[in-house]
Design a protein around this ligand. Sequence first.
Ligand code: M6R
Length: 617
Amino acid sequence: MCGIVGYVGQRSVQEILLAGLEKLEYRGYDSAGISIQGDQGLGVVRAVGNLSALKAAVAEQANGDGGVAVLAPPATTGIGHTRWATHGRVTEENAHPHYDPDNRVHVVVNGIVENYMELKTELQDQGAHFSSETDVEVIAHLIALDLDEHGLVEATRRTYNRLRGHYSFVAQSSAEPGTLVGARKECPLIVGRGEDEQFLASGIPAFLAHTRTAQALEDDELVVLTAEGAQFMTADGVAFERETHEIDWDADAAEKGGFETFMLKEIHEQADAVAETIADRTVRPDGVDLPELDDELLRGVKRIIVVACGTSYHAGLIGRYAIEEWARVPVETDVASEFRYRNPVVGPGDVVIGITQSGETLDTLAAMRLARERGATVIAVTNIMGSQATRDADATVYTRAGLEIGVAATKTFVAQVAVMYLLALRLAEVKGTLDDERRTELVTRLKRIPHDIGAMLERGTEKIDLVAERHYAKDFFLYLGRHVGLPVGLEGALKLKEISYIATDAYAAGEMKHGPIALLDQDTPVVVVATDSPVLEKVISNMQEVRVRGAHVIAVVSEGADLGEHAAEALVVPQTDWMLQPLLAVIPLQLLAYRIARLRGLNVDQPRNLAKTVTVE
Ligand code: M6R
């Protein structure tokens, strides 16, 4: 989740790049940089922090205070980047653009190169020196190696074909002024067509002020831009024409990628969030790599305690089921604000996992600190590089969901759940509690989840919309689930209450008859997570108990399951391993909450009384 922008044309490139980056800053603001084609070759300016830091650095360069001859006007070609850190710390060296040691090729990249270690080792064996810790610097090195023999376009194409992962990038070279080459695999890259000037960006807002004529790249496609136009080719080198389309978004819609709200946009980014989070960690077919965690630590762990708040707590609950099932390590989950005040029994030998997307939630940080003071090893799971949680932990495993703006957590939740699965699988491998066959099956299924999410979202939301229309005026919803379906129900209930202000309760389905059943009447919508699992039959019994009391069952079911007679409405999700099902089952519940809130005319991105980051008790 970074923002990239490129320009080639007649105008001063510096302003165009900075203005474009401003529109993409929501994609990340750990650092930013630009590189332009000046009289003396390629020059780069980079700065840690948000765009204002880059602007200050650029101004310094322009005043002649900087070291690199970079911004000699009138440069008219260049690339820019705003970074959401994934590989490598938040430092100037790790900021984009990246370049080869001879400063002949500069690149900006969005995404992850999964096989960078093997490429880096190969290049280092040939004597290459790397100036950053990132996975993407290899791209600049590889293009530079082929530049003299093949030229920029062919060198970029060859490099593209050596990479694995998902990324889009733009390259430029001092050897071929006035040319940019872009390539795309599973990360957005769009060309903006102007009169004698062309744009390239990871998001349309970057060039919307200049042109509304666009051409989107698809996977395994490259584009060569000069001021005169754009030439497209496949990764196999076959040239083709791409039709243009006119963008009719206003500026606000553009920022939201064409979606009506950030929350909806983020719901649709969930395939990417999972893909990025698992990418280079699931390269081996039969296991998971988490170099952030010491194998010795994992081998010795006797007890795990998860502390978190809100949605992150629900991700922890799912992690508990996976870790206990696969790695046979006992796991306790605790709401951080309870854990920290109940004099918990915790100490050396325990591993405490603090899950917090922001990395700044006060109660979670306090719980982590308390555990550490008492001698436990603390692992942070967070989405924000360098956040306080990473400083209060012995080790950090990052989710890679990109910046989440909607107050209601969606894509960060699936990314957290994905991390908990990775952790459970790694633990199981180190402890030898899962055989190769089952590990391979789970890794294969996990890698398929982004595709499943994408397919589900592409199918549209017609059914969910109908259910929402039928029930949006109700004043109470009950959610039920068993096993991993329970935290999914808890999360669905939280989503609905926080953005629609409807009262909800979520219960373990088996507990219903011990109290909540008294709430049911003809009017009550009861959302049941009834996806495939060893406890499905029990869940079906609970659905019957609800039905005979006249209440209305809305069931989330796995594709192919015939639960028609038990539910008034079925929301179907693709089939996967039952333990991984939460990654899919939560999505219709997010969408249901979303639609209901919209029908009630509410601001879903900023619900009343809530803050994105809760830094108070
Ligand atoms: O940043 P954190 O993950 O620590 O935040 C925890 C909760 O505040 C957060 O999940 C909250 O419950 C959201 N509003 C859920 O949508």
